[in-house]
Design a binder for this molecule. Structure first.
Ligand code: SF4
Length: 240
């Protein structure tokens, strides 16, 4: 798995951004996250070795823009070059997550048509209001591979009507000393909706403040993922 961050930085956009890990990491390094800068890795997908081979080997999965939002307005000037590289590297699979899904149609290349086969788009939501706003848009978009990321999940969400053609729903809590709590019943509710609509489901991480059966647990960052795994509730949809 490779990581490609063509630029760095982001602006808080909605409730889910409150404890953004990029802002927190940057604050420790005294970097201003609001300053959007192109990175030295901008051309990573097409970078070659001295022998002329691609540095990122064929067949890899590439996490794109994990230190930003790929659809950020400030990066509009740079994105078309990224699309060209994504097209050239059709031997790789690129995944990006975004809260700015409403900008999608103004951010795609002219030859996008029904979508590139090698691009997976994850729409991030945190509450019912943003689910209704963003997932209704996601449903209408020409994207070959769609995911829904409910992280940090801040309340119970009814998203069943938005699950058509969704390949995976991921749920996770917030990680921070002042994190908002994650109630396990909200996680199970989304899982049930996925089961009913035959959509794969993954419980990726607990929250620092985790509520189960009305009991409040405070978890260490290092345990968030392993505790979610222990719940053993991930589910793979049957192929249609
Ligand atoms: S959109 Fe994502 S990267 Fe940008 S501030 Fe919000 S959580 Fe952070």
């Amino acid at each position: 798995m490779a990581v490609w961050n063509p630029w760095h930085g982001c602006h808080r956009y909605s409730e889910g951004c409150k404890h953004c890990y990029i802002h927190k990491g940057d604050a420790k390094r005294k970097v201003n996250t609001e300053n959007i800068i192109r990175t030295d890795n901008f051309y990573a997908p097409t970078a070659r070795t001295k022998k002329g081979e691609y540095k990122i080997k064929s067949g890899q999965f590439v996490n794109l823009g994990f230190s930003t939002d790929f659809l950020l307005e400030d990066a509009d000037q740079w994105r078309s070059e990224c699309w060209q590289m994504i097209k050239e590297r059709n031997d790789l699979t690129f995944l990006f997550l975004t809260k700015r899904i409403t900008r999608f149609m103004e951010c795609i290349p002219s030859d996008w048509d029904a979508g590139y086969d090698n691009v997976i788009v994850g729409c991030t939501i945190e509450n019912q209001a943003n689910a209704d706003k963003r997932l209704a848009v996601l449903q209408s978009l020409p994207i070959k591979h769609k995911l829904i990321i409910c992280q940090p999940l801040l309340e119970e969400i009814d998203l069943e009507r938005y699950l058509e053609n969704i390949e995976l729903v991921v749920v996770g809590g917030e990680s921070d000393k002042y994190a908002r709590p994650l109630d396990y019943s909200w996680v199970l509710s989304i899982r049930e909706q996925c089961l009913r609509r035959n959509v794969s489901f993954e419980f990726r991480q607990c929250g620092t403040h985790f509520i189960k059966d009305t009991k409040h647990y405070i978890l260490q960052v290092k345990d968030l993922r392993s505790q979610a795994k222990k719940a053993d509730i991930n589910w793979q949809a049957a192929k249609q």
